[in-house]
Write a protein that binds this ligand. Structure first.
Ligand SMILES: Nc1ncnc2c1ncn2[C@@H]1O[C@H](COP(=O)(O)OP(=O)(O)O)[C@@H](O)[C@H]1O
Ligand SMILES: [Mg+2]
Length: 280
């Protein structure tokens, strides 16, 4: 831990984070990024871009090859190398492949997680579980076994489980992938509530571009382990002169401008050409 007392609004500072799997699979390539407290940050990128790897590094499930990240709580910074247990007290993750315990009820699934992972008394876990059952809209079904639930209902239970220890920072890895339209909308509404009413900092990955526009304050587009662009959806459209985020995404991921500097260089070249052509 360092920077004691140096309170700023940053929640997360990622500095030159690199993760190489095996000898040469560079999943994350020297990534730096700052995320503000209360921000909803969307990570976009094609499959294999490194989104899950980034989240797993930040919550300490894997170790970086180099670089670091610090998470700030109440004016103190905690480093992923040294203070991962402290980080886990205030940050939680909904993994991409998470599964509910089918043989437990919705309530038991949430309670169980609170008892294992939280730093709370049994009474606090119980109260928190009841709040979350209301938040996810499963009141009335809380005593039913999860094996009887639809995919969307299970996902809601998983979201609740990730929130039971009342984290400041929440990582949601593809929270709406693979569930129906209604289930996805409920999960999006929960995320909005978390951000707006509960002032959580949320980092989510998604393939749904309309979701990004609806939920995210800022977006980072990850391509081959590098951040190709960061900004608000509107800023990115303006910067890359595209009509929508989908065009920005496709442009950046198909090689029309793989990283920002390349894109700008390309633009400069183009304007040079057009000037030469105009002179003729
Ligand atoms: N545990 C692992 N062992 C080896 N390679 C991995 C592991 N996890 C991820 N990778 C590799 O890292 C890259 C990024 O993967 P991932 O972070 O899962 O991408 P995304 O979540 O953006 O789809 C891929 O090339 C993937 O094969
Ligand atoms: Mg992933």
């Amino acid at each position: 831990m360092d920077c004691k007392g140096d309170y700023r609004l940053e929640m997360l500072q990622i500095n030159n984070l690199t993760k190489i799997f095996g000898r040469k699979n560079i999943a994350l390539d020297n990534l730096s990024l700052t995320i503000q407290k209360g921000e909803v940050f969307g990570l976009l990128g094609p499959n294999g871009a490194g989104k899950t790897t980034l989240i797993r590094l930040l919550i300490g499930l894997i170790k970086p090859t180099s670089g670091t990240a610090k998470i700030s709580y109440n004016g103190e910074y905690y480093d992923i190398h040294e203070d991962i247990m402290k980080i886990r007290e205030r940050a939680s993750m909904l993994p991409q492949e998470a599964q509910v315990y089918e043989q437990l009820t919705a309530r038991e699934n949430i309670l169980y997680y609170g008892q294992i992972y939280g730093n709370m008394t049994d009474e606090e876990v119980k109260n928190r579980t009841e709040e979350l059952i209301d938040l996810i809209g499963l009141r009335g079904r809380e005593n039913d076994l999860c094996k009887e639930f639809s995919g969307g209902m299970k996902r809601k239970v998983l979201v609740a489980r990730a929130l039971v220890m009342d984290p400041d920072l929440v990582f949601l890895d593809e929270p709406t992938t693979g569930i129906d339209i209604l289930g996805a909308r409920t999960v999006r509404n929960i995320i909005k509530k978390l951000a707006k009413d509960m002032h959580k900092t949320i980092i989510l990955t998604t393939h749904d571009l309309s979701e990004v526009g609806e939920l995210c304050d800022r977006v980072g587009i990850l391509v081959k382990g590098k951040l190709a662009a960061v900004g608000t959806p509107v800023e990115l459209e303006e910067k890359f002169q595209k009509a929508g985020l989908e065009d920005v995404f496709i442009g950046l991921t198909t090689g029309e401008g793989v990283i920002e500097e390349d894109f700008l260089k390309q633009k400069k070249k183009q304007s040079l050409f057009s000037r030469i052509l105009k002179r003729r």
